[in-house]
Write a protein that binds this ligand. Structure first.
Ligand SMILES: [Ca+2]
Length: 511
């Protein structure tokens, strides 16, 4: 009798829950859908977002590299739009990824370095702004992370197999790809002067984060994180090929980030190669302010050692080719599952990388090789070609939202560059901003202007001097001085307009 009496109230509760859920869904659709859209997005294209780690554009065949073998990425570039002047917003993993995924410039989203990567979540909350996959998830997409998309410390978070400073609200599901990294079974070489701690039970503070440590594995590489990422991505696509909801599959490869681990056959490809070292004229660094000098040959202990530098470039190339082979497997599967016709593929890297230009290595530098990124977009309705118009990581989110028929959230700071993907050749940007903790870059189509905290500046005419040998910031030429002044003014105006969600969060109450 008592049970019988409770039944109606249970039913009422159920009706209430259903009613509230319907309201909530309607609310979500109203917030996130474009005008007139009422479905949950099942007709929208799938998204396959592939991001490599520490991959400089110049290491790819499709960006002009004559030595490195990257057939998968080259083919993707032939089928899609390849951006020649695409830039990250902060040439360090965690900060670059936060800016990309939020479509917010680094000083605005308040993630100015790897250590700040965990602040992303609360700063986005302070801004009232969804991250890119979070927005797609709320718009009816199944969103899944495979490997490193937001920040992960390489190799520590990879050997530990942990999330790193992730963004939970972004994902329906997530998969980490644990791998042996520096402990891989094979031939080991250390090309820099790092003092390493070989502790197989510890993951952090071992010194591998910037060491040029290479492993040619004796294995087929299936134990490596990038192979696992590819296999996982393929299984996800197989499982979702016939599903009603579209997928947003984000695949993060960790190569060619150090340690430079790849199966021995990828090293074999470059065994007899003699990579050309970048031209470094006498006194090249004399006109670069000290704040513009990042990790360099002297600090790494490879100054004056061309053999070591070449060994580093060859190991890096092996890691790039190995990563490219994983891209191939995913794209082959996309085709085999007949998903290519309804999937937008985006390939990029979190930032660029120096391989000896100005005797600089790795990242954190505002010079071209460190801030320029490969950026390729391919898929239905996208015209194959090369765009030399300015583009930025922050543009990806609003552009893909537009291509998927979703309204661009109002706090996205990037530019919708979808017209460029359809063959429009007009410039959509005045300039692109990038920065480090030491200074800012304002990159226009022709010039690169850098301003450091001390007030020191660099200015390069990228048409006349693409390798940035001749800093014109202190030129006496009145025409140059005027153009430098215009860039200085544009940077100041840009920064003055930028909302500061990191500071807002710091000033306000913590959630
Ligand atoms: Ca990186």
């Amino acid at each position: 009798m008592a049970n019988h009496q409770r039944s109606p109230s249970k039913t009422s509760l159920l009706i209430l829950i259903v009613f509230v859920s319907v309201l909530a869904m309607a609310g979500l659709i109203a917030v996130s859908g474009s005008a007139g859209e009422t479905d949950t997005g099942h007709t929208r294209p799938n998204i396959l977002f592939i991001i490599s780690d520490d991959l400089t554009a110049g290491a790819l065949g499709c960006y002009g590299n004559q030595m490195v073998k990257t057939p998968a990425i080259d083919n993707l570039a032939s089928a899609g739009m390849r951006f020649d002047r695409a830039y990250c917003q902060f040439p360090v993993c965690g900060a670059a990824r936060a800016a990309l995924m939020a479509s917010m410039y680094s000083p605005s989203v308040g993630v100015m370095g790897n250590g700040a990567a965990s602040r992303l979540d609360r700063n986005l909350t302070a801004a009232g702004h969804p991250a890119w996959p979070e927005y797609f998830r709320h718009s009816g997409y199944y969103t899944v992370r495979v490997g490193k998309i937001y920040h992960m410390r390489v190799p520590g978070d990879i050997t530990a197999g942990v999330d790193g400073p992730d963004h939970r609200a972004s994902w329906t599901e997530k998969f980490n790809c644990r791998g042996p990294e520096w402990m891989s079974y094979g031939v080991h070489n250390l090309y820099s002067n790092h003092k390493l701690r070989f502790n197989p039970t510890a993951h952090y503070g071992l010194g591998f984060g910037t060491a040029f440590y290479a492993v040619e594995t004796y294995t087929d590489g299936m134990e490596q994180p990038d192979a696992q990422a590819a296999q996982r991505a393929i299984r996800i696509m197989q499982a979702h090929a016939d599903r009603h909801e579209p997928f947003f599959l984000a695949v993060g490869f960790v190569r060619p980030h150090v340690p430079l681990v790849a199966p021995s056959n990828y090293f074999e490809t470059y065994r007899d190669a003699v990579p050309e070292l970048p031209d470094v004229p006498e006194g090249d660094r004399d006109d670069i302010p000290s704040e513009g000098i990042s990790l360099n040959s002297e600090a790494l202990g490879i100054a004056g050692k061309p053999g070591r530098k070449r060994a580093v470039i060859k190991a890096y190339s092996a890691a790039v080719s190995y990563m490219d082979a994983q891209v191939q497997l995913i794209l082959d599967s996309l085709n085999a599952l007949e998903l290519a016709g309804n999937t937008i593929v985006i390939f990029t890297s979190d930032h660029g990388y120096h391989l000896g230009e100005h005797e600089l290595w790795q990242k954190v530098s505002l010079h071209e090789e460190s801030v320029r990124v490969p950026m390729i977009v391919s898929g239905p309705g996208i015209r194959p070609g090369v765009s030399s118009r300015l583009a930025a990581h922050v543009d990806i989110y609003p552009t893909i939202a537009t291509l998927c028929g979703l309204a661009v959230p109002e706090k996205c700071q990037g530019v919708d560059i979808s017209p460029l993907l359809k063959g429009d050749e007009r410039s959509l940007r005045e300039g692109v901003h990038s920065c480090t903790g030491r200074g800012h870059l304002w990159r226009t189509e022709r010039y690169a202007y850098m301003q450091y905290r001390s007030g020191a500046e660099e200015f390069y005419d990228m048409e006349a001097d693409p390798q940035q040998f001749n800093n014109l910031a202190n030129s006496d030429d009145p025409d140059i001085r005027r153009i430098v002044g215009e860039h200085r003014g544009a940077l100041e105006r840009f920064l003055a307009r930028l909302p500061d969600y990191g500071a807002m969060e710091a000033a306000g109450p913590r959630r």
